[in-house]
Every structure is written in structure tokens, then in C-alpha cells.
Ligand binder design. Structure first.
Ligand SMILES: Cc1cc2nc3c(=O)[nH]c(=O)nc-3n(C[C@H](O)[C@H](O)[C@H](O)COP(=O)(O)OP(=O)(O)OC[C@H]3O[C@@H](n4cnc5c(N)ncnc54)[C@H](O)[C@@H]3O)c2cc1C
Length: 328
């Protein structure tokens, strides 16, 4: 029947503990399963080449004690990796002290997606590129082990504006990712603690530094200094449900400036030149300084043939992050 797709088959194992999940993952071709909103899409639309699919999905939602919690204590926010985005967006402590994260989580997809998708899954979602995501692996692109980046010469309206990594110009479209990097979060796994900034690695299709048997347990975020505020901005074509064309998050104040853009590069992009302009001058922010920093943020852009317009969007996002309420 046209339009109906059979889900690729896999064995589902309900893990009772983190150790059990790690053991099964270590045995071979198995992936952790959280909300499943990305994994099931990949399996249903057969986005990947044969041989790249998991035989086994290890369900982390059955782990006890649960990895779904939000706890703010002693100046540190701890969020279980299986916590739903909807819960994060509504949590009072997150909204009060980590506004960028609450806004980012609340901007993902639609209410239905946010009620299923988890924070760990959002930051570990596969990359987005028109050719990478085409059903039935119609384009066996570089990121899937092929030898061609189709986006370089094809439709690249939504791809990287800051260049490639290993030849790939697909982008990371997580909304939560830039907020975690701006807030200098850490990701705690069963093996180590990873700074959010170091979490992505596009040399592997799954795009994170996580090892085969590594399970994210918790996101940890230090409370920003009292004089600093965090913010999140997103530009998307549709308001109700859409991936970002460009998004960004910032932590600004107390002399501190961290500005992170996403959907503009294969991994979240620190706008370091803008940060340098603001650092130490956050008490004197005005329109002129914001313009200067926004220009600096995109000064390294190397847009592709059809995505020059995204440079202007990125510039506007940076300006809005610095001057909340700005609409240009
Ligand atoms: C219609 C639609 C609209 C969307 N819009 C947006 C949007 O606007 N913004 C946005 O940011 N995203 C958007 N998304 C993507 C969505 O947010 C992700 O699919 C979702 O966050 C993934 O979370 P999940 O819990 O479902 O992860 P899963 O699909 O279960 O897993 C995703 C990846 O993370 C890995 N993983 C998950 N948890 C762990 C863990 N604890 N340890 C180790 N590995 C783990 C999995 O193995 C897998 O590789 C959209 C998706 C859809 C379907």
C-alpha cells in the first residue's frame, strides 16, 4: 500500500539497570532507546544504509532507579537524561534560574514531541541534512560512509554557513544543545563526565563522543552568577512545529559572555568573536555594542550557494540574545 511503511525489525530489551543496559550495549549492534522519536523515524523511513542499523534497542525507560528527574540543590541543577522536554520547560527552578534551557526545551517540535522526547535524546539526535535524511537511503552521503556530500552542489538552503567538518555540511538541529553549551553544562555518563561543549563528534554517524556501551545518566548545570541572564532564540518557518533554521542561546552578565548558535554548523557553534567583544563590557550593553558583536559573530561565515540568507538570520539571533526584545 503506498504511504505505509513497515518499521524495520529489531529486538527490544527492557533494561532493569544502567549496568544491564551497558552490558547489552557492549555485546554488539545495539543502541540505547529513550523516547524513540528520532530512532523510530530512522528505522521507519530507512534513512541509513543496511549494516548501520541496530539489531537490538535497549530501552532505558525501564531502568530503576529512574533516570527521569529534575533536582535543583546547592546551586547545581541535575536533570536525569530520560527527563521529558515538556517537564523541563515547565519546571519552576529551571524557568527561574536557567531560562535559556526552559525556553529551548519548550521550543522543540510540538507538545506531542515534547511529551515523549527526552533531554538526552534531543542532544544525541542524528544530524539533519536534506540528503542525509532522505528515506530509503536515497543519497548515500559522506556522513553515512559514502564519498559525496550532495548538499555542497545541491540544495543547501538549510545547511552549514560556517564550513564543513570532514567534508560534511549537515547541521546539528537540537534546540537544547546550544542552551547546554551556553550554560556550561556537563553530561554525566556511566563512564565519565563530558563538558557539553565537547559532546559532539561528526566523524561518526551518530555524531556524539559516546562510546558503544556508554549511557547518559544526568545533565548537570551550575547556577549562573546572579548578575548574569541566560536566553534562547529560535527562528523557524512554522511556529507550531518546526526545526530551527537558526537558533541560539547565551549567558551574559557579570562580565561573562557565552553565545552559542546551532543549525549553522555540523556541531553547536560558539560565537567567540562576539563573546570577546562583550566580555568585561556586559554592564554597558547598548544597541551599538550589540550590533558590533552580532557582526563579529557572523564575520567568519562562509555560506554555500543557497544559504547566504541564513547569515543574516544568525546575526539577528545574536543581536536578540544580547538585547532581548530586539526584532532586527
Ligand atoms: C516532528 C518532529 C519535530 C521535531 N522538532 C524538533 C525541534 O524543533 N527541535 C529539536 O531540537 N528537535 C526536534 N525534533 C527532534 C526531537 O527533539 C528528537 O527526536 C528527540 O529529542 C530525541 O529524543 P528521544 O528521547 O526521542 O531520543 P531517541 O530517538 O530515543 O534517541 C535519539 C538518540 O539518542 C540516543 N540516546 C538517547 N538517550 C540516551 C542515553 N540516555 N544515553 C545514550 N544515548 C542515548 C539514542 O541511542 C539515539 O541515538 C523533532 C522531531 C520530530 C519527530
Amino acid at each position: 500500500m503506498s504511504g505505509v511503511r513497515a518499521l524495520r525489525s529489531f529486538k527490544l530489551v527492557n533494561a532493569g539497570s544502567v549496568d544491564e543496559a551497558a552490558r547489552i550495549l557492549a555485546e554488539g549492534n545495539a543502541w540505547p532507546l529513550a523516547g524513540g522519536t528520532d530512532i523510530i523515524h530512522l528505522l521507519r523511513f530507512r534513512v541509513l544504509p543496511d549494516g548501520m542499523y541496530p539489531d537490538v534497542l535497549v530501552n532505558l525507560k525501564t531502568i530503576s532507579p529512574s533516570l527521569e528527574y529534575i533536582n535543583y540543590q546547592d546551586g547545581v541543577l541535575r536533570i536525569g537524561a530520560l527527563t521529558k522536554l515538556s517537564a523541563i520547560s515547565r519546571d519552576a527552578a529551571v524557568k527561574e534560574r536557567f531560562a535559556a534551557l526552559a525556553a529551548a526545551a519548550g521550543s522543540v517540535g510540538s507538545p506531542q514531541i515534547r511529551n515523549v522526547a527526552t533531554v538526552g535524546g534531543d542532544i544525541a539526535q542524528f544530524p539533519r541534512g536534506w540528503y542525509f535524511r532522505k528515506p530509503d537511503n536515497r543519497f548515500h552521503c559522506l556522513r553515512k560512509g559514502g564519498d559525496t556530500c550532495y548538499a555542497r552542489t545541491g540544495d543547501n538552503r538549510y545547511h552549514s554557513i560556517f564550513g564543513e567538518i570532514n567534508g560534511c555540511v549537515a547541521v546539528n538541529m537540537s534546540d537544547v544543545a546550544p542552551a547546554l553549551v551556553a550554560l556550561d553544562a556537563e553530561i554525566v555518563t556511566n563512564k565519565r563526565t563530558i563538558r557539553a561543549e565537547d559532546f559532539w563528534d561528526v566523524r561518526v554517524p551518530r555524531s556524539t563522543v559516546l562510546e558503544q556501551d556508554e549511557v547518559m545518566l544526568e545533565i548537570r548545570i551550575p547556577a549562573p552568577p546572579r548578575g548574569a541572564r541566560s536566553s534562547f532564540e529560535k527562528f523557524a518557518v512554522r511556529k507550531a512545529i518546526d526545526f530551527p533554521i537558526v537558533n541560539g542561546a547565551a549567558l551574559i552578565g557579570d562580565g561573562l559572555a557565552r553565545i552559542v548558535l546551532n543549525a549553522v554548523y555540523p556541531v553547536p557553534y560558539r560565537a567567540r568573536k562576539a563573546e570577546e567583544i562583550l566580555r568585561g563590557r556586559t554592564d554597558a550593553i547598548n544597541e551599538e555594542l550589540a550590533e558590533e558583536a552580532a557582526d563579529a559573530a557572523v564575520s567568519g561565515a562562509v555560506p554555500l550557494a543557497y544559504n547566504g540568507w541564513k547569515v543574516q538570520v544568525a546575526r539577528s539571533i545574536v543581536k536578540r540574545l544580547i538585547l532581548p526584545g530586539t526584532r532586527r
